[in-house]
Write a protein that binds this ligand. Structure first.
Ligand code: SPD
Length: 428
């Protein structure tokens, strides 16, 4: 052989965008293309980037294959680098062109390590042979596949099994459930993490118990969104609440959660739960004045169907349907990850409820980018999350319910904001 290796640099055009955004499909195709070309797999690592794009590498005993995809352009760039005579990179090329549904492709081949330019060094190769590796035959291949949620500067990655437990493109969004290694099953909407089995309790306990235990007599609660069921589950632990109306726009979220997040979705079917599959914005608009004591906006992020839940018009309607002592709590994004939205919606709340009636609180959620997330407590009347918080009621409730995150100290301390957050919100 006149060179150590062959390297083909490939461009695939007009591919199927869905396929180029499917990390599992890409990983499997890249691995299979290596195997049929005669290569031996060592390991692979693949990342999906929210909302679109996949990068990955397959390490083979004979070098590597790498890919980067731009689903929005139907474009994939692929490198196939092989050493030795037993692997043909063009076999991988043909297979991948088919696998990505490419209309056309182009490639250039480079010879790597031209023999006439190389000089053998004084290096006793026998001395370095790893007898154990040779004796065991084929090296063990490892699986390394990651889900990544990111903005331009920050990302959070979770390793998963590569198996998608649920996948549906609903009228509103892409609904998926992955099996993660560290956090159990995970629900994502349009590539953004909504909840996982192992850390959901922080979000659901804090969005519910803080307002309910700060309200003197909560009877009717409304949840906007919250299709996984976790918020309703927590609200329904309060026996004084007579009815929880939950309005979720997307029945696929409920279907996926019932099937793959049964612990979170455990309150569906509860006699006090009045579940409505419809647009929450319209539901609020059509509701009577002063009809709910508690309104929880358990929304997605402000893109897709969640966008309208981050508008002044919607929050004014929520204010109208609250009883005089009513409380609205919204998920209000992250002070780091979504700083602009975080600041803007707080300004908006203050304009509606008054500066002294809006109280931001923080909680930790390891599976959301940056791990720091916020809720906003907005009081129509005189309730205050610390001053009117009912400590004894909270203690009894906590003991009975064996909560995993919420307790009375956490309730109070969640409102203690770091200086950088105070500065963002202009709090002295
Ligand atoms: N980036 C995640 C924003 C919060 C989304 N809502 C979570 C739903 C949990 N019930």
């Amino acid at each position: 052989m006149a060179a150590l290796g062959r390297h083909i640099i490939v461009e695939f055009y007009d591919c199927n965008p869905e396929k180029l955004n499917d990390v599992v499909h890409i990983k499997e195709s890249m691995e299979e293309s290596a195997e049929i070309a005669g290569a031996t797999l060592i390991n692979s690592t693949f990342h999906h980037f929210s909302p679109y794009g996949v990068s990955g590498v397959v390490v083979i005993q004979e070098s590597h294959l790498a890919i980067h995809t731009w689903p929005e352009y139907g474009f994939a760039s692929v490198d196939v680098f092989t050493c030795g005579d037993s692997v043909d990179p063009w076999v991988s090329y043909k297979f991948l062109k088919e696998a990505f549904g490419a209309d056309h492709g182009s490639a250039i081949e480079m010879r790597r390590g031209e023999m006439h330019l190389l000089t053998k060094k004084d290096f006793d190769i026998q001395k370095h042979r790893n007898v154990k590796t040779e004796a065991s035959g084929k090296p063990a291949s490892t699986n390394d596949i990651w889900f990544t949620e990111r903005n331009n500067d920050i990302a959070l990655s979770l390793r998963h099994s590569g198996e998608k437990l649920y996948e549906a493109q609903s009228e509103f969004q892409k609904v998926e459930v992955y099996k993660t290694n560290a956090y159990g099953n995970m629900l994502t909407l349009d590539g953004m993490v909504m909840t996982t089995e192992q850390d959901e309790y922080g979000y659901h306990e804090m969005i519910s118990h803080v307002p309910v235990l700060s309200h003197p007599n909560p009877k009717r609660a409304l949840v906007i969104g919250g299709g996984d069921g976790g918020t309703a589950r927590e609200l329904l632990k309060h026996t004084e609440i007579e009815e929880v109306v939950m309005v979720e726009i997307d029945d696929k979220v409920i279907e996926a959660s019932k099937q793959f997040l049964p612990g979170i979705a455990s309150a569906f079917g509860h006699p006090k739960l009045n579940l409505k599959i419809e647009d929450g914005i319209k539901y609020v608009k059509d509701s009577a004045d002063a009809s709910f004591d508690i309104v929880l906006v358990d929304s997605t992020d402000p893109v897709g169907p969640g966008e309208g839940l981050f508008t002044e018009e919607f929050y004014r309607e929520v204010y109208r349907i609250l009883t005089p002592n009513g409380i609205m709590v919204t998920q209000s994004e992250s002070p780091r990850f979504n700083q602009k939205v975080f600041v803007e919606i707080h300004e908006c709340y203050k304009g509606i409820y008054g500066k002294d009636n809006v109280h931001t609180y923080l909680f930790y959620v390891p599976t959301y980018p940056t791990g720091m997330w916020s809720f906003s407590y907005c009081a129509k009347g005189d309730t205050h999350p610390i001053a009117t918080y009912q400590k004894e009621r909270a203690t009894t409730f906590m003991k009975n319910e064996k909560l995993q995150y919420y307790n009375e100290e956490v309730h109070r301390s969640a409102f203690a904001l770091p200086n950088f957050v105070k500065n963002l919100l202009n709090i002295k």
